[in-house]
Design a protein around this ligand. Structure first.
Ligand code: ADE
Length: 534
């Protein structure tokens, strides 16, 4: 109290000088000012240590000593607040103040002194009137959280470092092995995408979800379709493979970004694992090549190319006809089936663009069905509207009459299969037309070959519906008993009435029966006259 009395008197003398000088910056810069602080010593307080508490002290004092700062102390148990001037070079209640350069009085807990004791110091006028409490939980929680998270952070950094080192070493070894100068793409997890099972067939995922793209080098263009181009390409094998060729030849079908829908349809058809069949193109993976603005489908590569080009260049033996015809029927029957050969349920699929250029010839001289860009999964959930919206699709030359007329029976999903069977009949006719067993074999011609190169729907309607035309089957062909039976199969498959057509499954059986037909020796054509380029 003695000090308070002195201060009030002193105040009278100095306050005048102070108020004259305050606001006069030039003078302030020259003379260091005595601070003006709240100075009530101890007062009762209602502060609850949250937000800002007011000191409730109405007495101001110009500090006696020039270096003194404003100080406030709050005691939780006593519920008192103390406001004073204090020289920070001296201890205050036994502690050295370290926040006296602050402009505001931010309360600090001095636990070592007394856990209920908070002190703040500051340098601006009356700054110890407002006692600022920062959220205690935050202040206390930060170090606790940091300490708790430290092992997790250290572990994460360790794992990332180990993975990074492992990957860099694998890449390094790979480059050393292949003398690779630095690929545009690296191996990533090729093995998990394309591996081989015990039978040597390639196992696949439907989509390459790795951020890194497969290490594929495109070689030559081998096909050009409506939606995409097909390239022969080299897929580098992953380094872990021992005794395996350093690359695998694959086909890459490249869709420009405008044909995204086609890529998506074909990918969705291929991604059904139950589609796998020896006569259906083997799918490896799909990739979104964002940098090039392209969508890729990576599949098996068949060096003999498509059936149309193959037939254009070669004559076939009777045995070869049987092999091609029956394998094509097996491929279509598998596509249409709603069960796998093992009896597992499978979604039936229709191709809707079956033609000789969408069939590849495998090395074992069997057919391989490809190009599922117009395929449709006959999901039981598909509504009639959805089927109707799928529209009139395909290639006019190979379209069944009911498709040409857009009169397909949407109530019955079998109708879509019947339309595929019609198209298959035309392909079987093309195969037969190039078989030496028919006698005099002409140059290759597509079905309805006299029509222009890409006949439109209207001219096909004139031929197929109005004139009920079908490709010619001369009587001379039927001198060969086997060919005669094949021609009967073809005729039953292109019937005007979709319901009257054979199923693909029946066609297999008819071909199977033909394997056992004992042809007379004169009907057998010596095999060394066929199979060569014409
Ligand atoms: N043309 C289209 N697809 C092909 C493939 N997978 N192999 C060879 N030629 C093709």
């Amino acid at each position: 109290m003695e000090r308070l009395g002195f201060s009030v008197v002193w105040c009278g003398a100095i306050l005048f000088t102070s108020s004259l000088l305050s606001g006069h910056t030039g003078v302030q810069a020259v003379f260091k000012m005595h601070k003006l602080c709240r100075f009530c010593d101890f007062r009762p307080s209602t502060c609850n240590a949250t937000g800002i508490c007011l000191s409730n002290c109405t007495i101001n004092s110009i500090c006696e000593v020039q270096d003194e700062v404003c100080v406030a102390a709050w005691h939780r148990e006593n519920m008192t607040v103390e406001t004073v001037c204090h020289d920070p070079s001296l201890p205050f209640h036994g502690v050295m103040l370290d926040d006296y350069n602050n402009t505001k009085c931010v309360m600090k807990q001095y636990k070592a002194l007394d856990p209920h004791f908070y002190i703040c110091s500051c340098t601006t006028d009356e700054c110890n009137d407002e006692l600022i409490f920062t959220p205690r939980d935050v202040i206390q929680a930060v170090p606790i959280v940091l300490i708790a998270l430290l092992p997790v952070l250290v572990l994460a950094v360790l794992i990332i470092s180990v993975l990074y080192i492992y990957r860099m070493r694998a890449l390094h070894q790979l480059r050393a092995k292949h003398g690779h100068k630095g690929p545009a793409h690296s191996y990533s997890d090729t093995c998990t995408i394309i591996g081989r099972d015990d039978c040597g067939t390639t196992l696949t995922n439907s989509m390459n979800h790795n951020t890194e793209l497969l290490p594929i080098d495109l070689e030559i263009l081998v096909g050009k379709g409506r939606f995409a181009e097909v390239y022969r390409a080299r897929l580098e094998q992953r380094p872990c493979a021992t005794g395996r060729a350093p690359f695998q030849t694959v086909a890459v079908k490249i869709f420009p970004c405008e044909e995204y829908a086609s890529w998506k349809t074909e990918r969705s058809i291929f991604s059904d694992a139950e589609l796998r069949h020896e006569n259906v193109l083997h799918f490896l993976t799909a990739e979104e090549r964002m940098v090039e603005g392209q969508y890729w489908l990576v599949t098996a590569y068949h060096a003999r190319g498509n059936l149309q080009d193959y037939l254009r260049a070669r004559l076939l033996s009777w045995e070869h006809l049987l092999q091609l015809g029956s394998s094509l029927a097996r491929a279509l029957a598998h596509l249409h089936a709603d069960r796998t050969p093992c009896g597992r349920p499978k979604t039936a699929i229709v191709h809707r663009d079956l033609k000789s250029s969408n069939v590849l010839v495998k090395d074992d001289l069997t057919c391989c069905l490809c190009d599922f860009g117009l395929g449709l999964r006959l999901d039981s959930a598909l509504s009639v509207d959805e089927l109707a919206n799928s529209g009139q699709v395909g290639t006019a030359r190979y379209m069944a009459p009911e498709v040409l007329e857009s009169r397909i029976n949407l109530e019955n999903i079998e109708s879509f299969k019947q339309a595929d069977v019609y198209s298959m009949a035309l392909v079987l006719w093309e195969i037969t037309s190039r078989c030496t067993a028919i006698g005099d074999v002409k140059e290759y011609e597509p079905p309805f070959g006299k029509l222009q190169e890409n006949p439109c729907v209207e001219s096909m309607k004139d031929s197929v519906i109005r004139d009920r035309e079908r490709p010619d089957i001369p009587n001379s062909w039927c001198k060969h008993l086997g060919i005669k039976e094949v021609c009967m199969v073809i005729t039953e498959c292109w019937d005007q009435d979709p319901e009257a057509r054979l199923t693909a499954h029946c066609v297999i059986e008819r071909f199977n029966a033909l394997q056992h037909v004992d042809l007379s020796p004169e009907q057998k054509i010596p095999s060394d006259t066929v199979g060569d380029e014409k």
